[in-house]
Every structure is written in C-alpha cells, then in structure tokens.
Design a protein around this ligand. Structure first.
Ligand code: GRG
Length: 304
C-alpha cells in the first residue's frame, strides 16, 4: 500500500490496477465484437483478451485523471494503446521475427490461427486502434483528438516502435551492441508506446504544453526503467536457474545493461530513472499523481 519514493500519502496500488484493468478489459471486449468474417475477429479477440498487465491503457487513464479528466474520456485511447501493443506482440511472435510459441501463457496467435490470419488480424487491430479513437472519443475538442492521433502514429511508426524493432532485428546475434544502440532500441521499442499512452491521456485530460512535457519526461524515464529492470531480473533469474554465481546471463547473444555496465551500475541507473520519473510529478496534486508515482515504483521494484 505504500510507494517507495513517496510516503506522504497512502495509495492502494493493487486495488487500483485491478479496478482499472477490469474496466479496460470490458471496453476491449466491447470494441471487438464477434461479427463476420468471424475468423479475423476471433483471432483478434484471442490475443487482445488474453490477459496482460494493461500498463499502457492504465497509464493513459492515470495521466488523464492527473489533470482532472474522466476515465471514460481516456478509455478509447487506452484501448487503442493496448490494441497496438497486442498487435505488435502478435507480429513479433511470428516465425519471420522471434518465432515464439507462447505468449501470455497461451499458444501464440499464429500457432492457433495460422501465420496468414495472425498477420491480417494484427493489421486489422492497427486500423481499428485509430478508428476507435476517432469515433469513440467524446467530450473533448476535435483538435485534441487530432493531437492524440498524431502522437500515437509517431510513437509506433518508423521513428518509434518500428524503429526500435528494426534496429533490434538487424542486430540479432550481436552481443556487444554498445550502450548507445541498446538505449536506442529500448527507447523506441518499449518507451515510445508507453510515452504515447501517457501523453495521449494528458492531452485529453486538458494538460497544457508544459504539463504534457513533464509527463512525457516521466514516461520516457519509466520506459527505459522497464527495460533496465528487465535486464536485471534476467540476471537474477539466470543465476537462480543455474544455481550459480550472480552475473551469469542465460541469453548469451543478447546485449543487456548488466553486461555493458555491470549489475551495480545498472541498479544505480534504475534508481536514477525512478527518481527522475517521480520528480516530474512534483507540483501536481499529490493524490491525483499517486497512480503514476506508484506505477513508476512498481516498474522499479517488481520481481518478475
Ligand atoms: C506497431 C505497426 C506496428 C508493428 C509492430 C513487431 C513489432 C512491429 C514490434 C515488436 C515490439 C515489441 C515486441 C516490443 C516489446 C514491448 C514489451 C516491453 C513487451 C512486454 O510488455 P508487458 O510486460 O506485456 O507490458 P503484457 O503481456 O503484460 O502486456
């Protein structure tokens, strides 16, 4: 119930995440109804409703509420962020990319529906995400709607998520990418959509330019933090699994922060990013900022 970097108020993070993810799940369920041709809708629903932490949609809602906006105002962008996140995972799992058999504890989309359907269902979800924002966002100006569409397109395109994926794809097998390239991949592949999710919520909540930039910085920090912590957890997992000394990396051909700068420096970097993220929220209403503060702490201190 407490947040490590902000102890002035109490906030029940678990209940908050559960309540919000339930609402997001309902909205996603309603957004992709079963209609003809049934095959594509089934495949979309299979991956979209397969669970997942729903961090991106919750970030959109929390950022909107930070500025006094309503959850319902942010729900369409929240769903769109999750749709795009899900389709990126579906495509990432394909044989031509990571070739994974399992995702979120279930067989991957192409394993169930075939590669051709998985590609098309992902494409349909990408189109649906933008359609959903444009048709379902209510109670804000059309200028705000256009701004969030621009924000999302930028976050996932060749300057964002796809940039990270292509650089990652092209560096496969290179176990010594260098810090600059590693950071580029993480900032693009992971942080860009987290940033887009937060910023869309902030725009719809009515944040001014300066405030939007603050939450953008917050999101950039937690995006990179997410990956640094992931790398650190990999080391812990690997050493536990091997029952040997810490510092071993199971995935030999993967560049990670611990590999490049060591475990201690990686931990220091994670701490720095957590503090920097939370510092961006200084000056906002403490209660309204509590979910974003707690999410940063959760990302920093999670153990899986
Ligand atoms: C976006 C048009 C478009 C194409 C996609 C394949 C591809 C291009 C990108 C792949 C990007 C990728 C796999 C990023 C990893 C992101 C990441 C950190 C995933 C894990 O996120 P969590 O932990 O997962 O939030 P859950 O399952 O909880 O949602």
């Amino acid at each position: 119930i407490s947040s490590a970097h902000n102890t002035k108020i109490t906030f029940d993070f678990k209940s908050y995440m559960l309540e919000k993810s339930n609402k997001v799940n309902k909205a996603l369920d309603a957004a992709v109804s079963l209609q003809d041709p049934i095959k594509i809708q089934e495949s979309m629903r299979y991956s979209l409703l397969a669970g997942g932490k729903r961090i991106r949609p919750i970030l959109s809602i929390a950022a909107c509420e930070l500025f006094g906006g309503h959850e319902s105002t942010a729900m369409p962008v929240a769903c769109a962020a999750e749709m795009i996140h899900t389709m990126s995972l579906m495509h990432d799992d394909l044989p031509c990319m990571d070739n994974d058999d399992l995702r979120r504890g279930k067989p991957t989309n192409h394993k169930v529906y075939g590669e051709n359907v998985a590609v098309l269902a992902g494409d349909a979800m990408l189109a649906l995400a933008f359609h959903h924002i444009a048709t379902e966002t209510k109670g804000v100006s059309s200028d705000q709607v256009v701004r969030v569409i621009v924000e999302l397109a930028k976050a996932i395109g060749a300057e964002g998520l796809i940039a990270g994926q292509i650089v990652d794809e092209c560096s496969e097998g290179n176990s010594n990418l260098g810090l600059k390239n590693l950071e580029f991949i993480h900032r693009s592949k992971t942080a860009a959509l987290l940033e887009g999710s937060v910023v869309m919520g902030a725009i719809l909540g009515g944040g001014n330019d300066e405030q939007v930039e603050k939450v953008r910085n917050y999101a950039r920090c937690i995006g990179l933090l997410f990956q640094v912590v992931d790398d650190l957890l990999d080391v812990t997992k690997s050493s536990k699994e091997l029952g040997k000394t810490a510092g071993k990396d199971l995935v030999a051909d993967k560049t990670t922060y611990p590999k490049l700068i060591g475990i201690e420096k990686s931990k220091e970097f994670a701490d720095k990013l957590t503090k920097e993220a939370i510092d961006q929220l200084v000056g906002f209403d403490l209660n309204k900022a509590a979910p974003l503060t707690a999410i940063a702490n959760y990302i920093a201190y999670r153990n899986n």
